[in-house]
Design a protein around this ligand. Structure first.
Ligand SMILES: Cc1cc2nc3c(=O)[nH]c(=O)nc-3n(C[C@H](O)[C@H](O)[C@H](O)COP(=O)(O)OP(=O)(O)OC[C@H]3O[C@@H](n4cnc5c(N)ncnc54)[C@H](O)[C@@H]3O)c2cc1C
Ligand SMILES: *[C@@H]1O[C@H](CO)[C@@H](O)[C@H](O)[C@H]1NC(C)=O
Length: 437
C-alpha cells in the first residue's frame, strides 16, 4: 500500500522530551538523514517535559515480564558511555508501611515475585522482613519506619533524567538532527491534504504561522499529545502527580550519599539528594490529577507551567508523613520547587507506537508512557526505528487499539493495578486564590 519512509525523506519529530529525543538519536543511528525536532520550550531539557527532573526510578521488576526484559536491556544501555554518567545503581528499597491497604500489599508482593522469578535480578534481591532489616539495608533511614517491610533490589537505580535529555540532545545535534525551539518549535497542528485514500500529512504548522513540509510526522508530545492527535480521544488521559523537594545543606547531602530509592507503596518515594543542587526529591504518587475539558471530556496537560506550580495539601501531608517515617529531621522543612508533572496515561499502562489510522502511514504517535517510560530512554527510539523499517511493533500491545467509543470511560485511575486512589480534577485541587481587595 504505502512505500514506507525512505532514509533520506524529511522526518519531523514533535516534542523534545524523552520519547522524541530517544527517537531522534536512534533514527540517526539507523541511517535516517533528514530529521528535525520541534520543541515548544526554548531549551532542552524542556520545562514541560515529564522528564525535566533530577531523577526517575529505573526498576526492572514489572508485573508483565515483557517490560522486565525490556528494562534489563535498557539498564545494559544505561551502562554505556553516553548514558552512564546519568545512571546511579543505588538500589530500590521497595516496601509498604504498617498502614498500607491490602491493594498496596498485594501490588508489592507482585513486584517482588517478578523480581525473584527473574534469574538475572534474583541474586540482587534482599528480603526486608521487618524494620530492623530495613535499617540494615540503609542506616541513614533513622525514623520509626513503623511496620515497614518489603525488599531491596540492588539491580535497580535511578537516572538523572534532565541531564540525560541534555546529553542526548547534544548527541543528536552532533549526528545532524536539526532542532527548532521556542516560538519556532511550538507546533500548532499537523497539516493534512486529501488523497484518494482519505488524507495524508504534508507536514506541520508552527505557532509562528510557518508551514514545514515532511514525509512523516512523529508526535511525541507527552501529556499534550491530545491537542495534536485528537483522534486518540480517551485512549490517552493527560494525568499528573505531585513532585516537591527539600533543600539540604552540603553536609546533609553528603550524609545521604548512596541511599537507595526509598519507596513505601502507600506513602510515595524519595531519592538520594542531587549533589549539584542539594535537592532531595519526593513524590507521593496516588491516583493523580486530570484536567478534563468539559466540552470534549478529554484531559489535556495545561498550556502554562504556572497552572502546575503547586502541590495539593493532601499530597504535602503524605510527603511529610514519608519523611517522618524515614528521615524525620526533614519532616517539617519547607517543600520547595513544587509542581504537578504531566504524563500520558493509558488504561493498561501500555505505550503506543503506531501510525494514526487514516493518515496513509504519514503520522506516527509515540504516547501512553503511563508514568513509567523514562527508564526506557536509552532504547525507546530503537523500537521506533524498527517500526519504521519493518512496519511492525516489537509488542502487539503497542498498537493503536480500536475501542468502542461508547465503552470508553476515560478515568480508570483507581483500576490500574499498581496505582492507589482515584484521579481528581485539577480545577478541584487548585489553591484558593484569596482576593487582596
Ligand atoms: C511525577 C512523575 C514521576 C515519574 N517517575 C518515573 C519514574 O520513576 N520512572 C520512569 O521510568 N518514568 C517516570 N515518569 C514518566 C516519564 O517521565 C515519562 O514516561 C517520559 O517523560 C515520557 O516521555 P514523552 O516524550 O512521552 O513526554 P515528555 O518527556 O513529557 O516530553 C513531551 C515534550 O513535548 C513537548 N511538546 C508538547 N506539545 C508540543 C507542541 N505542540 N509543540 C512542540 N513541542 C511540544 C513538551 O514541551 C515536552 O518537552 C514519571 C512521570 C511523572 C510525571
Ligand atoms: C530535508 O528536507 C527538507 C524539507 O523537504 C528540504 O528542504 C531539505 O533540503 C532536506 N535536507 C536534506 C539535507 O536533504
Amino acid at each position: 500500500m504505502t512505500m514506507g519512509v525512505q532514509k533520506s525523506d524529511p522526518i519531523i519529530i514533535v516534542g523534545g522530551g524523552a520519547f522524541g529525543l530517544s527517537t531522534a538519536l536512534h533514527l540517526t543511528r539507523s541511517g535516517f538523514t533528514n530529521i528535525s525536532v520541534y520543541e515548544k520550550d526554548d531549551h532542552i531539557p524542556p520545562r514541560y517535559s515529564a522528564a525535566n527532573d533530577l531523577n526517575k526510578i529505573v526498576r526492572a521488576e514489572y508485573e508483565d515480564p515483557f517490560y522486565t526484559d525490556l528494562t534489563i536491556k535498557a539498564i545494559a544501555e544505561w551502562k554505556t558511555p553516553l548514558f552512564a554518567p546519568f545512571f546511579h545503581q543505588t538500589g530500590f528499597l521497595h516496601c509498604v508501611s504498617g498502614d498500607a491497604s491490602q491493594k498496596a500489599i498485594d501490588t508489592l508482593a507482585r513486584f517482588r515475585a517478578s523480581a525473584e522469578k527473574n534469574a538475572q535480578i534474583k541474586p540482587h534481591v534482599v528480603p526486608l522482613d521487618n524494620v530492623n532489616d530495613v535499617r540494615q539495608a540503609c542506616w541513614q533511614l533513622d525514623g520509626p519506619l513503623t511496620g515497614w517491610n518489603g525488599y531491596l533490589n540492588r539491580f535497580d537505580g535511578y537516572a538523572h533524567s534532565g541531564n540525560a535529555l541534555a546529553a542526548v540532545y547534544r548527541a543528536a545535534q552532533a549526528a545532524g538532527v536539526r532542532f527548532y525551539l521556542g516560538e519556532h518549535g511550538a507546533v500548532d497542528e499537523v497539516v493534512y491534504v486529501s488523497t484518494l485514500q482519505g488524507r495524508k500529512s504534508s507536514g506541520i504548522r508552527t505557532k509562528d504561522g510557518k508551514f514545514h513540509p515532511s514525509s512523516l510526522v512523529i508526535v511525541a508530545a507527552g501529556g499534550a499529545v491530545g491537542r495534536l492527535v485528537p483522534e486518540l480521544g480517551k485512549k490517552v488521559v493527560a494525568k499528573s502527580w505531585s513532585v516537591a523537594h527539600v533543600q539540604l545543606t552540603d553536609e546533609e547531602t553528603s550524609a545521604l550519599r548512596g541511599i537507595p530509592i526509598t519507596y513505601a507503596r502507600d506513602l510515595g518515594f524519595l531519592f538520594e539528594p542531587d549533589p549539584k543542587t542539594n535537592l532531595l526529591k519526593i513524590c507521593p504518587m496516588g491516583g493523580g490529577f486530570i484536567n478534563t475539558d468539559p466540552k470534549t471530556g478529554i484531559s489535556h496537560a495545561p498550556d502554562t507551567l504556572e497552572e502546575s506550580a503547586f502541590v495539593p495539601d493532601h499530597d504535602e501531608k503524605q510527603m511529610r508523613k514519608l519523611l517522618a517515617h524515614t528521615l524525620p529531621a526533614l519532616a517539617n522543612r519547607p517543600l520547595v520547587k513544587r509542581s504537578l508533572c504531566w504524563f500520558a496515561d493509558t488504561d493498561d499502562s501500555d505505550f503506543i507506537i503506531d501510525y494514526v489510522p487514516g493518515t496513509s502511514d504519514s503520522v506516527v504517535v509515540l504516547s501512553g508512557d503511563s508514568g513509567h517510560g523514562f527508564k526506557m530512554f536509552p532504547i525507546f527510539g530503537s523500537w521506533v526505528s524498527d517500526f519504521l523499517e519493518h512496519s511492525r511493533q516489537r509488542n502487539a500491545q503497542w498498537r493503536w487499539k480500536q475501542t468502542d467509543p461508547n465503552a470508553e470511560k476515560g478515568n480508570w485511575g483507581g483500576d490500574v493495578s499498581w496505582r492507589l486512589g482515584e484521579s481528581l480534577e485539577l480545577k478541584d485541587i487548585r489553591p484558593k486564590v484569596v482576593s487582596k481587595l
